[in-house]
Design a protein around this ligand. Structure first.
Ligand SMILES: Cc1ncc(COP(=O)(O)O)c(C=O)c1O
Length: 379
């Protein structure tokens, strides 16, 4: 019997923080034959998707739809918002914040990075102090939801701190694993650029990124001198105004997006947000009951991904393998300095409490068998 999200017992319980499971109607959309991406059918689909994304992003700003992974979306921010040598403050709380800084550095920007300890959120006052101390900084990059640590930054407060010190600064947000699952208000909070990725809460395969760009973002884009062709936002904007794209888009994934947005519309944005908040809390409670150590500062725990550590004598990689091979449950491991030392559960997109129950049952069984094995070695 397929479960509510269409998963059959033979298929994996995929609980990585992206890619996420595809609901049945999204999988059906992917089975469609190709159409001419310059023809009227695709123009109508594209228009519907851009309108749906505006709704989900809760913005009046322009929305661009690029064929790329999340990293491509971040690279598009760098090449459209900066000029060589330009100072940018990158607020990092983990692996993906560091990546944003690395991309800016690779293109020759002058990166000032503030790195907060992994597991903690950024302190808006520290961001404000850094900006106040360096008047040459007019651009801030920040990750909203740090997928590597399961920490969700207080974005509204950070945006307010930036505006207080530098009212005209350009603020760009990596919302790859938050937008569509967690409330983000680009217009009300003054986030000029917000990037999200299809394989996260959108319930769509990897391959598309969505970028919202404010008026200030467009003014900056006109001045920014980094080299750009494929990611030139102006080319995308001009084409989208005619319901087309400058280059061949990932047509099949756009079909999937159309189906996913319809599903999101039917559920309602508020309900989606509440479901993510509720399931995140449930996941943390269940993990704590098993005696597992939650990695994130509880005040800033993510609604879309929970990172945790087992006791020191449990090998995280062996645990992941056991979950996958014996229970068909797929979680993610740690990244960067936490590789092999952490596990992460993605609970975004198509997810219900029952999916988490299955993960926890499998975890309990595997911990018992690994614990028994290590106890055996010791005795
Ligand atoms: C917050 C965040 N930023 C950036 C990325 C990079 O995206 P991709 O792996 O699609 O290039 C990810 C992917 O997990 C992410 O979660």
């Amino acid at each position: 019997m397929p479960s509510e999200n269409g998963r059959t017992p033979a298929t994996q319980n995929l609980r990585t923080p992206g890619p996420t499971p595809l609901p049945p109607e999204v999988r059906e959309a992917l089975a469609r034959d190709m159409v001419n991406h310059r023809g009227p059918e695709f123009a109508a689909v594209l228009r519907e998707c851009v309108d749906g994304l505006k709704w989900a992003f809760q913005t009046r700003n322009d929305i661009l739809l690029l064929t790329a992974s999340g990293t491509g979306g971040l690279e598009s921010v760098v090449v459209n918002m900066l000029s060589p040598g330009q100072k940018v403050l990158v607020v990092s709380i983990g692996y993906f914040g560091d990546r944003f800084a690395d991309i800016a550095r690779a293109y020759g920007a002058s990166v000032v990075d503030i790195a907060f300890p992994w597991g903690q959120a950024a302190d808006p006052d520290v961001v404000a102090d850094q900006l106040a101390a360096d008047p040459a900084i007019d651009t801030v990059f920040v990750t909203h939801n740090e997928t590597s640590t399961g920490v969700m930054n207080p974005l509204e407060q950070i945006a307010r701190a930036v505006r207080r010190v530098r009212p005209d600064a350009l603020l760009a947000v990596d919302g790859i694993s938050s937008v569509g699952s967690v409330p983000v208000l680009p217009d009300a909070w003054g986030c000029d650029v917000v990037v999200s990725g299809s394989q996260k809460g959108w319930m769509v395969p990897p391959g598309l990124v969505f970028v919202s760009v404010s008026l200030r973002g467009w003014e900056r884009q006109a001045q920014a001198k980094m080299p750009r062709v494929y990611f030139d936002w102006l080319a995308h904007k001009k084409h989208l105004e005619k319901n087309t794209t400058p280059w061949t888009p990932a047509v099949g994934i756009v079909f999937a997006l159309q189906a996913a947005l319809e599903r999101m519309w039917a559920e309602g944005l508020e309900q989606i947000f509440r479901r993510h908040e509720r399931i995140a809390r449930y996941t943390r409670e269940r993990l704590s009951q098993l005696g597992l150590r939650l990695f994130a500062d509880p005040v800033h725990a993510s609604w879309t991904v929970t990172a945790f550590q087992a006791s020191d004598d449990v090998d995280a990689k062996a645990l992941l393998r056991g979950l996958r091979e014996k229970h068909n449950v797929v979680l993610a491991g740690g990244q960067g300095r936490y590789e092999g030392k952490m596990l992460r559960i993605g609970h975004l997109g198509s997810v219900e409490e029952t999916d988490i129950d299955e993960v926890l049952e499998a975890l309990e069984a595997e911990l018992a068998s690994l614990g028994a094995a290590s106890a055996g070695v010791r005795s």
